[in-house]
Design a protein around this ligand. Structure first.
Ligand SMILES: [Zn+2]
Ligand SMILES: [Zn+2]
Length: 345
């Protein structure tokens, strides 16, 4: 099969012909139809995080595909089914966090396209118990971004603990942020979107954001407080550390900021006012991808048509260019890698 492989951290990905993997016990073999290209894939191949990835690495963790093989003991997923594979490849199921329904912070978790081979390949294997079941009605290309960008923003919004009618600030309207706007609107929240790019803000408006603020033109903290008196919640999908500080600044007293973006290891700290956190009873929460339940719920919003990623489709040979566009902030919505199984095996 053809795959995009990283053999050296920081080097461009190369198209290689590698063996089709065999599913082990409890695993399924998936013919990958589409795989979203997430900023985390670039962090992984650049070695931006403290832990190095499996090398050589096949990245990709927004996978939609069809089951073409099943390993021993797989009973709940059938041949021919459409499935999705998220970032959380596997968790142990027995630690205190797994038992508490917080499998996203299981210390033994495996990550798709990081510690396990991912979807930048024509085939991959995954544990049957951790894939999303997708109805035949979905377009694999359209659903792919929901498998990471969608579920991650959806869980972040759940962890913000907001009620319908309350204001949410979405900081960064990229692959994650443009879905955050849609999930928030579907959940009855009112949205102010913040970004430095007019085109991305226009997309946010078209997706239901009632207010937008261009953080390149004005201080967004002052602007949001002037416009709304602050927001009840905020969610940071941007990678710039200043956005994480602004997410606290835009809150009204009692508000909650949720961090889901990842700036990378080299710029991983922020500064914030302790007295503001104390006196205004501000909450700051991290949120890490999503559980299997979050994933199924996030997919269901998309299946019902309440959330739809803005998608551009590319082939294996284009992914290095997509990474360059990503670094330059030139991507509106999500880019999805689609495999052409008809011409290559
Ligand atoms: Zn991702
Ligand atoms: Zn666990």
């Amino acid at each position: 099969m053809r795959a995009l492989v990283a053999r050296t951290l920081g080097a461009p990905l190369a198209i290689e012909t590698v063996p089709v993997p065999a599913p082990g016990a409890g695993e399924i073999l998936i013919e990958v139809i589409a795989c979203g290209i997430c900023h985390s894939d670039l962090h992984a191949v650049d070695g931006d995080w403290g832990t190095p990835p499996l090398m050589p690495l096949i990245p990709g963790h927004e996978v939609a595909g069809r089951v073409v093989g099943v390993g021993a003991g797989v009973a709940d997923v059938a041949l021919g089914e459409l499935v999705g594979v998220p970032w959380m490849f596997w968790s142990c199921g027995t630690c205190e966090w797994c038992l508490a329904g917080m499998e996203t912070i299981c210390p033994s978790t495996e990550s798709t396209g990081f510690s396990k081979a991912g979807g930048y390949a024509e085939y991959m294997v995954a544990p049957a118990a951790f894939v999303a079941r997708l109805p035949e009605s979905v377009d694999p290309v359209a659903i792919a971004p929901v498998l990471c960008a969608g579920v991650t923003t959806y869980r972040g919004l759940k962890r913000a603990g907001l009620r319908p009618g309350q204001w949410l600030a979405v900081l960064g309207v990229g692959g994650l942020g443009h879905l955050a706007v849609q999930y928030a609107v579907a959940m009855g929240l009112r949205v102010v979107a913040l970004d430095v790019d007019h085109e991305k803000l226009a997309l946010a408006t078209s997706l239901g954001a009632e207010e937008v603020v261009n953080s390149a033109d004005t201080d967004p903290v002052v602007a949001v407080r002037d416009l709304l008196g602050g927001t009840h919640g905020s969610i940071v999908t941007a990678a710039a550390p200043i956005a994480f500080e602004q997410a606290v600044g835009v809150l009204r007293p009692g508000g909650t900021a949720v961090y889901i973006g990842l700036p990378g290891h080299a710029r991983d700290t922020i500064s914030t006012s302790i007295s503001r956190l104390v006196e205004s009873e501000i909450t700051v929460r991290g949120s890490n991808v999503g559980t299997r339940l979050d994933l199924q719920e996030a997919v269901d919003f998309a299946v019902r048509g309440q959330v739809a990623a803005t998608v551009r489709v590319v082939g294996l040979a284009d992914v290095n260019d997509v990474f360059a566009d990503m670094c330059a902030g030139r991507i509106v919505g999500r880019v999805v890698l689609a495999h052409d199984h008809g011409v290559s095996t």
